[in-house]
Design a protein around this ligand. Structure first.
Ligand SMILES: *Cc1c(COP(=O)(O)O)cnc(C)c1O
Length: 385
Protein backbone atom coordinates (compact mmCIF):
# COMPACT_ATOMS: atom_id res chain seq x y z
CA UNK A 1 0.00 0.00 0.00
CA UNK A 2 1.62 3.24 -1.01
CA UNK A 3 -1.11 5.81 -0.63
CA UNK A 4 -1.54 8.47 1.99
CA UNK A 5 -5.14 8.18 3.15
CA UNK A 6 -7.35 10.59 5.02
CA UNK A 7 -9.30 9.51 8.12
CA UNK A 8 -12.10 8.05 6.04
CA UNK A 9 -9.57 5.91 4.20
CA UNK A 10 -9.96 7.80 0.92
CA UNK A 11 -6.84 8.06 -1.21
CA UNK A 12 -5.41 11.56 -1.00
CA UNK A 13 -2.13 11.51 -2.91
CA UNK A 14 0.70 9.31 -4.08
CA UNK A 15 3.55 10.62 -1.92
CA UNK A 16 6.94 11.60 -3.33
CA UNK A 17 8.69 9.18 -0.95
CA UNK A 18 7.60 6.05 0.86
CA UNK A 19 9.90 3.59 2.64
CA UNK A 20 9.53 -0.12 1.83
CA UNK A 21 8.68 -1.59 5.23
CA UNK A 22 7.47 -5.18 5.16
CA UNK A 23 6.90 -7.99 7.65
CA UNK A 24 10.56 -9.04 7.63
CA UNK A 25 11.58 -5.48 8.59
CA UNK A 26 9.08 -5.44 11.47
CA UNK A 27 10.26 -8.87 12.63
CA UNK A 28 13.93 -7.83 12.55
CA UNK A 29 13.18 -4.74 14.64
CA UNK A 30 11.20 -6.79 17.14
CA UNK A 31 14.14 -9.21 17.53
CA UNK A 32 16.54 -6.33 18.14
CA UNK A 33 14.21 -4.84 20.75
CA UNK A 34 13.76 -8.21 22.43
CA UNK A 35 17.52 -8.66 22.64
CA UNK A 36 17.59 -5.39 24.59
CA UNK A 37 21.05 -4.07 23.62
CA UNK A 38 19.93 -0.83 22.02
CA UNK A 39 23.17 1.13 21.56
CA UNK A 40 26.26 0.37 19.46
CA UNK A 41 26.33 -3.38 19.18
CA UNK A 42 26.43 -6.58 17.18
CA UNK A 43 24.01 -5.48 14.47
CA UNK A 44 26.12 -2.40 13.78
CA UNK A 45 29.21 -4.56 13.21
CA UNK A 46 27.21 -6.89 10.98
CA UNK A 47 25.73 -3.97 9.03
CA UNK A 48 29.22 -2.58 8.39
CA UNK A 49 30.47 -5.95 7.15
CA UNK A 50 27.45 -6.42 4.89
CA UNK A 51 27.82 -2.89 3.49
CA UNK A 52 31.46 -3.55 2.70
CA UNK A 53 30.58 -6.79 0.91
CA UNK A 54 27.74 -5.13 -0.98
CA UNK A 55 29.87 -2.26 -2.28
CA UNK A 56 32.66 -4.72 -3.13
CA UNK A 57 35.26 -2.79 -1.17
CA UNK A 58 37.24 -5.52 0.61
CA UNK A 59 40.26 -3.17 0.76
CA UNK A 60 38.24 -0.42 2.51
CA UNK A 61 36.79 0.17 5.96
CA UNK A 62 33.15 0.97 6.68
CA UNK A 63 32.06 2.89 9.77
CA UNK A 64 28.32 3.31 10.41
CA UNK A 65 27.03 6.49 12.03
CA UNK A 66 23.73 8.05 13.10
CA UNK A 67 22.91 10.20 10.02
CA UNK A 68 24.32 11.27 6.68
CA UNK A 69 24.94 14.71 8.16
CA UNK A 70 27.02 13.15 10.95
CA UNK A 71 28.95 11.18 8.31
CA UNK A 72 29.73 14.40 6.41
CA UNK A 73 30.75 16.24 9.59
CA UNK A 74 33.14 13.44 10.57
CA UNK A 75 34.47 13.10 7.00
CA UNK A 76 35.38 16.79 6.97
CA UNK A 77 37.09 16.58 10.38
CA UNK A 78 38.96 13.49 9.20
CA UNK A 79 40.08 15.50 6.16
CA UNK A 80 41.56 18.05 8.57
CA UNK A 81 39.01 20.77 7.77
CA UNK A 82 38.67 23.46 10.43
CA UNK A 83 38.22 27.20 11.08
CA UNK A 84 39.66 29.38 8.32
CA UNK A 85 39.49 26.60 5.71
CA UNK A 86 37.25 26.44 2.66
CA UNK A 87 35.37 23.46 1.23
CA UNK A 88 34.02 23.51 -2.32
CA UNK A 89 30.65 21.94 -3.06
CA UNK A 90 27.76 22.70 -5.44
CA UNK A 91 25.18 25.23 -4.33
CA UNK A 92 22.70 22.72 -5.77
CA UNK A 93 23.11 20.28 -2.89
CA UNK A 94 21.43 19.09 0.28
CA UNK A 95 21.76 21.78 2.94
CA UNK A 96 23.21 19.06 5.22
CA UNK A 97 26.47 19.33 3.28
CA UNK A 98 26.66 23.09 3.77
CA UNK A 99 25.82 22.80 7.47
CA UNK A 100 28.43 20.07 7.97
CA UNK A 101 31.05 22.42 6.53
CA UNK A 102 29.84 25.21 8.84
CA UNK A 103 29.96 22.82 11.81
CA UNK A 104 33.72 22.44 11.39
CA UNK A 105 34.17 26.23 11.44
CA UNK A 106 35.11 26.27 7.75
CA UNK A 107 33.37 28.20 4.97
CA UNK A 108 31.48 26.58 2.10
CA UNK A 109 32.49 27.82 -1.36
CA UNK A 110 29.78 27.19 -3.91
CA UNK A 111 30.28 25.97 -7.45
CA UNK A 112 27.93 25.23 -10.33
CA UNK A 113 26.62 21.91 -11.63
CA UNK A 114 26.79 20.22 -15.00
CA UNK A 115 23.62 21.02 -17.01
CA UNK A 116 23.03 17.35 -17.88
CA UNK A 117 23.94 15.42 -14.70
CA UNK A 118 23.03 18.26 -12.30
CA UNK A 119 26.06 17.03 -10.32
CA UNK A 120 29.23 19.01 -9.61
CA UNK A 121 30.86 20.64 -12.64
CA UNK A 122 34.62 19.99 -12.23
CA UNK A 123 35.54 23.08 -14.27
CA UNK A 124 33.43 25.29 -12.04
CA UNK A 125 34.95 23.70 -8.93
CA UNK A 126 38.47 24.27 -10.33
CA UNK A 127 37.69 27.95 -10.81
CA UNK A 128 37.11 28.58 -7.09
CA UNK A 129 40.06 26.61 -5.67
CA UNK A 130 42.07 29.04 -3.55
CA UNK A 131 44.83 29.06 -0.91
CA UNK A 132 42.35 28.17 1.87
CA UNK A 133 40.70 25.25 0.02
CA UNK A 134 41.02 21.96 1.93
CA UNK A 135 38.46 19.65 0.35
CA UNK A 136 35.78 19.16 -2.28
CA UNK A 137 32.43 17.47 -1.65
CA UNK A 138 31.13 15.88 -4.85
CA UNK A 139 27.56 14.62 -4.86
CA UNK A 140 25.89 12.23 -7.33
CA UNK A 141 22.46 13.74 -8.07
CA UNK A 142 19.28 11.65 -8.32
CA UNK A 143 20.18 9.06 -10.97
CA UNK A 144 23.46 10.50 -12.21
CA UNK A 145 27.06 9.85 -11.23
CA UNK A 146 29.56 12.71 -11.33
CA UNK A 147 32.82 12.74 -13.27
CA UNK A 148 34.78 11.06 -10.50
CA UNK A 149 37.93 10.47 -12.51
CA UNK A 150 38.16 14.15 -13.47
CA UNK A 151 37.47 15.20 -9.87
CA UNK A 152 40.12 12.82 -8.51
CA UNK A 153 42.66 14.33 -10.91
CA UNK A 154 41.67 17.85 -9.84
CA UNK A 155 41.88 17.01 -6.13
CA UNK A 156 45.22 15.25 -6.62
CA UNK A 157 46.65 18.17 -8.53
CA UNK A 158 45.82 20.59 -5.69
CA UNK A 159 46.43 18.26 -2.74
CA UNK A 160 42.75 18.30 -1.66
CA UNK A 161 40.68 15.61 0.01
CA UNK A 162 37.70 14.48 -2.04
CA UNK A 163 34.54 13.56 -0.17
CA UNK A 164 32.03 11.63 -2.23
CA UNK A 165 28.46 12.30 -1.08
CA UNK A 166 26.80 9.13 -2.33
CA UNK A 167 23.51 9.62 -0.49
CA UNK A 168 21.68 9.34 -3.83
CA UNK A 169 23.78 6.66 -5.48
CA UNK A 170 23.84 3.81 -2.97
CA UNK A 171 23.67 0.59 -5.01
CA UNK A 172 24.78 2.23 -8.28
CA UNK A 173 28.00 1.57 -10.20
CA UNK A 174 30.44 3.82 -12.05
CA UNK A 175 32.51 2.25 -14.84
CA UNK A 176 31.49 -1.16 -13.42
CA UNK A 177 32.83 -0.24 -9.97
CA UNK A 178 30.34 -0.07 -7.09
CA UNK A 179 29.82 3.39 -5.63
CA UNK A 180 31.75 3.45 -2.35
CA UNK A 181 34.58 1.27 -3.63
CA UNK A 182 36.67 3.84 -5.49
CA UNK A 183 36.58 7.24 -3.75
CA UNK A 184 38.92 8.91 -1.27
CA UNK A 185 36.14 9.13 1.36
CA UNK A 186 32.55 8.07 0.62
CA UNK A 187 29.44 8.84 2.68
CA UNK A 188 25.98 7.28 2.55
CA UNK A 189 22.70 8.27 4.18
CA UNK A 190 20.01 5.83 5.28
CA UNK A 191 17.46 8.39 6.43
CA UNK A 192 13.68 7.74 6.17
CA UNK A 193 13.41 8.72 2.51
CA UNK A 194 16.60 7.25 1.07
CA UNK A 195 16.74 4.15 -1.14
CA UNK A 196 17.26 1.96 1.92
CA UNK A 197 16.51 3.23 5.40
CA UNK A 198 17.80 2.67 8.95
CA UNK A 199 15.07 5.12 10.16
CA UNK A 200 18.09 7.40 10.46
CA UNK A 201 21.59 6.29 9.68
CA UNK A 202 24.70 6.93 7.66
CA UNK A 203 28.03 5.36 6.83
CA UNK A 204 31.55 6.31 5.84
CA UNK A 205 33.93 4.33 3.68
CA UNK A 206 37.62 5.09 4.18
CA UNK A 207 40.92 3.68 2.93
CA UNK A 208 42.91 2.98 6.09
CA UNK A 209 42.38 1.24 9.40
CA UNK A 210 43.84 4.31 11.15
CA UNK A 211 41.12 6.53 9.63
CA UNK A 212 38.42 3.99 10.54
CA UNK A 213 39.74 3.80 14.11
CA UNK A 214 39.60 7.61 14.44
CA UNK A 215 36.00 7.57 13.16
CA UNK A 216 34.97 4.75 15.54
CA UNK A 217 36.14 6.86 18.47
CA UNK A 218 34.78 10.15 17.12
CA UNK A 219 31.29 8.65 16.77
CA UNK A 220 31.32 7.51 20.44
CA UNK A 221 32.10 10.84 22.15
CA UNK A 222 35.78 10.05 21.71
CA UNK A 223 35.82 6.84 23.76
CA UNK A 224 38.48 4.36 22.70
CA UNK A 225 36.15 1.40 23.25
CA UNK A 226 37.49 -1.74 21.60
CA UNK A 227 35.07 -2.30 18.69
CA UNK A 228 35.40 -6.05 19.02
CA UNK A 229 33.93 -5.82 22.51
CA UNK A 230 31.06 -3.53 21.48
CA UNK A 231 30.26 -5.75 18.52
CA UNK A 232 29.72 -8.55 21.06
CA UNK A 233 27.17 -6.34 22.89
CA UNK A 234 29.59 -5.73 25.75
CA UNK A 235 31.51 -2.69 26.88
CA UNK A 236 34.70 -1.75 28.58
CA UNK A 237 34.47 0.55 31.64
CA UNK A 238 38.01 1.79 31.22
CA UNK A 239 39.09 3.59 28.08
CA UNK A 240 41.04 6.60 26.94
CA UNK A 241 39.66 9.73 25.26
CA UNK A 242 42.32 11.34 23.09
CA UNK A 243 40.44 13.54 20.61
CA UNK A 244 37.16 15.25 19.75
CA UNK A 245 34.06 13.07 19.70
CA UNK A 246 30.31 13.23 19.17
CA UNK A 247 27.32 11.08 19.91
CA UNK A 248 27.08 9.95 16.31
CA UNK A 249 27.00 6.15 16.60
CA UNK A 250 24.38 4.01 14.88
CA UNK A 251 21.98 2.24 17.25
CA UNK A 252 21.53 -1.53 17.10
CA UNK A 253 17.81 -1.18 16.35
CA UNK A 254 18.56 1.08 13.41
CA UNK A 255 21.30 -1.22 12.11
CA UNK A 256 19.02 -4.25 12.15
CA UNK A 257 16.55 -2.41 9.93
CA UNK A 258 19.41 -1.56 7.56
CA UNK A 259 20.36 -5.25 7.42
CA UNK A 260 16.83 -6.27 6.63
CA UNK A 261 16.62 -3.59 3.90
CA UNK A 262 19.91 -4.78 2.40
CA UNK A 263 18.38 -8.25 1.99
CA UNK A 264 16.05 -6.83 -0.66
CA UNK A 265 18.28 -4.26 -2.31
CA UNK A 266 18.09 -6.08 -5.65
CA UNK A 267 14.30 -5.88 -5.74
CA UNK A 268 14.46 -2.25 -4.59
CA UNK A 269 16.94 -1.43 -7.32
CA UNK A 270 14.99 -3.23 -10.07
CA UNK A 271 11.60 -1.74 -9.28
CA UNK A 272 13.03 1.77 -9.07
CA UNK A 273 14.82 1.32 -12.40
CA UNK A 274 11.65 -0.04 -13.96
CA UNK A 275 9.52 2.89 -12.77
CA UNK A 276 12.09 5.43 -13.96
CA UNK A 277 12.37 3.82 -17.39
CA UNK A 278 8.59 3.82 -17.66
CA UNK A 279 8.41 7.52 -16.78
CA UNK A 280 10.99 8.38 -19.42
CA UNK A 281 9.32 6.20 -22.06
CA UNK A 282 5.89 7.75 -21.43
CA UNK A 283 7.01 11.39 -21.08
CA UNK A 284 9.72 11.62 -23.72
CA UNK A 285 7.48 13.15 -26.37
CA UNK A 286 6.51 16.19 -24.26
CA UNK A 287 8.62 19.03 -25.59
CA UNK A 288 8.05 21.32 -22.60
CA UNK A 289 9.67 18.76 -20.26
CA UNK A 290 13.36 18.02 -19.69
CA UNK A 291 13.91 14.49 -18.39
CA UNK A 292 16.99 12.83 -16.85
CA UNK A 293 19.38 11.88 -19.66
CA UNK A 294 20.22 8.32 -18.63
CA UNK A 295 18.98 4.82 -19.45
CA UNK A 296 19.46 3.86 -15.75
CA UNK A 297 21.90 1.03 -16.55
CA UNK A 298 23.89 0.20 -13.38
CA UNK A 299 21.92 2.89 -11.52
CA UNK A 300 19.75 2.49 -8.44
CA UNK A 301 17.75 5.71 -8.82
CA UNK A 302 16.98 7.73 -5.71
CA UNK A 303 14.57 10.24 -7.23
CA UNK A 304 12.99 10.88 -10.61
CA UNK A 305 12.89 14.55 -11.53
CA UNK A 306 11.49 16.54 -14.40
CA UNK A 307 12.31 20.11 -15.37
CA UNK A 308 9.44 22.40 -16.35
CA UNK A 309 9.47 26.03 -17.45
CA UNK A 310 10.10 28.14 -14.34
CA UNK A 311 7.02 30.32 -14.98
CA UNK A 312 4.73 27.25 -15.03
CA UNK A 313 6.27 25.22 -12.20
CA UNK A 314 3.83 26.27 -9.50
CA UNK A 315 0.85 25.63 -11.77
CA UNK A 316 2.34 22.25 -12.78
CA UNK A 317 2.74 21.18 -9.14
CA UNK A 318 -0.81 22.29 -8.28
CA UNK A 319 -2.22 20.38 -11.26
CA UNK A 320 -0.43 17.19 -10.18
CA UNK A 321 -1.61 17.62 -6.63
CA UNK A 322 -5.20 17.97 -7.81
CA UNK A 323 -4.72 14.67 -9.68
CA UNK A 324 -3.57 12.93 -6.47
CA UNK A 325 0.16 13.13 -7.18
CA UNK A 326 2.44 14.79 -4.68
CA UNK A 327 5.64 16.49 -5.88
CA UNK A 328 8.80 17.83 -4.27
CA UNK A 329 11.65 20.27 -4.94
CA UNK A 330 15.20 18.96 -4.66
CA UNK A 331 16.54 21.48 -4.04
CA UNK A 332 16.40 25.19 -3.43
CA UNK A 333 20.04 26.13 -4.11
CA UNK A 334 22.15 26.80 -1.02
CA UNK A 335 23.02 30.39 -1.93
CA UNK A 336 19.30 31.29 -1.84
CA UNK A 337 19.24 30.65 1.94
CA UNK A 338 19.99 33.64 4.14
CA UNK A 339 22.65 31.71 6.10
CA UNK A 340 24.70 31.03 2.96
CA UNK A 341 23.96 34.05 0.79
CA UNK A 342 27.40 35.57 1.45
CA UNK A 343 29.30 32.39 0.54
CA UNK A 344 32.11 32.78 -2.00
CA UNK A 345 31.03 31.24 -5.30
CA UNK A 346 31.66 30.66 -8.97
CA UNK A 347 29.21 31.63 -11.67
CA UNK A 348 26.01 29.74 -10.77
CA UNK A 349 23.89 30.20 -13.89
CA UNK A 350 23.03 26.51 -14.33
CA UNK A 351 22.08 26.28 -10.65
CA UNK A 352 19.91 29.43 -10.90
CA UNK A 353 17.95 27.89 -13.76
CA UNK A 354 17.67 24.38 -12.31
CA UNK A 355 16.54 25.73 -8.95
CA UNK A 356 13.51 27.30 -10.64
CA UNK A 357 12.64 24.36 -12.93
CA UNK A 358 13.23 21.19 -10.94
CA UNK A 359 10.32 19.04 -9.72
CA UNK A 360 10.57 15.62 -8.05
CA UNK A 361 7.80 13.13 -8.84
CA UNK A 362 6.91 10.03 -6.77
CA UNK A 363 9.34 7.10 -6.76
CA UNK A 364 9.12 4.21 -4.30
CA UNK A 365 10.67 0.78 -3.98
CA UNK A 366 7.77 -1.47 -5.07
CA UNK A 367 5.63 1.01 -6.95
CA UNK A 368 2.83 -0.61 -8.90
CA UNK A 369 2.15 0.01 -12.59
CA UNK A 370 -1.12 1.62 -11.55
CA UNK A 371 0.76 4.23 -9.54
CA UNK A 372 3.29 5.12 -12.23
CA UNK A 373 0.37 5.33 -14.68
CA UNK A 374 -1.44 7.78 -12.44
CA UNK A 375 1.68 9.96 -12.29
CA UNK A 376 2.16 9.77 -16.08
CA UNK A 377 -1.49 10.65 -16.77
CA UNK A 378 -1.38 13.57 -14.36
CA UNK A 379 1.71 14.98 -16.11
CA UNK A 380 0.41 14.35 -19.63
CA UNK A 381 -2.91 15.99 -18.89
CA UNK A 382 -1.15 19.18 -17.77
CA UNK A 383 0.45 19.48 -21.20
CA UNK A 384 -2.73 18.24 -22.97
CA UNK A 385 -0.55 15.44 -24.35
C1 LIG B 1 19.92 13.00 2.59
C2 LIG B 1 21.16 13.63 2.15
C3 LIG B 1 22.16 14.04 3.06
C4 LIG B 1 21.98 14.01 4.55
O1 LIG B 1 21.73 12.75 5.07
P1 LIG B 1 20.87 12.60 6.42
O2 LIG B 1 20.96 11.15 6.72
O3 LIG B 1 19.47 13.04 6.11
O4 LIG B 1 21.51 13.44 7.46
C5 LIG B 1 23.33 14.57 2.55
N1 LIG B 1 23.51 14.70 1.23
C6 LIG B 1 22.57 14.35 0.33
C7 LIG B 1 22.86 14.52 -1.12
C8 LIG B 1 21.36 13.82 0.76
O5 LIG B 1 20.42 13.53 -0.13
Amino acid sequence: MIYVCNREGAIVTIPVFKPLLENDDMKACQEALTMGWLGMGSYVGEFERRLRDFIEASDRHVVAVSTGHAALHLALLLAGVGPGDEVITPSFNNVADLQAIKATGADPVLCDVDPVTLSIDPASAAEVIGPRTKAIIAMDYACHICSHRQLQALAGQHGLRLIHDAAHSFGSSHSKMKVGSFSDITMFSFDPIKTITCIDGGALVVRTEAEAEWLREARLIGMRQPSAVLYRNQRSWTYDVSHIGFRYHLANLHAVLGLSQLNKIERISETRQKSCRYYTERLNDIEELTLPQTDFTDITPFIYYVRVQAARRQEFREHLHAKGVDTGIHWQPGHWFSFFKEARRSDLSVTEQIGREIVTVPLHSAMSGKDTDQVVHAIRSFFHA
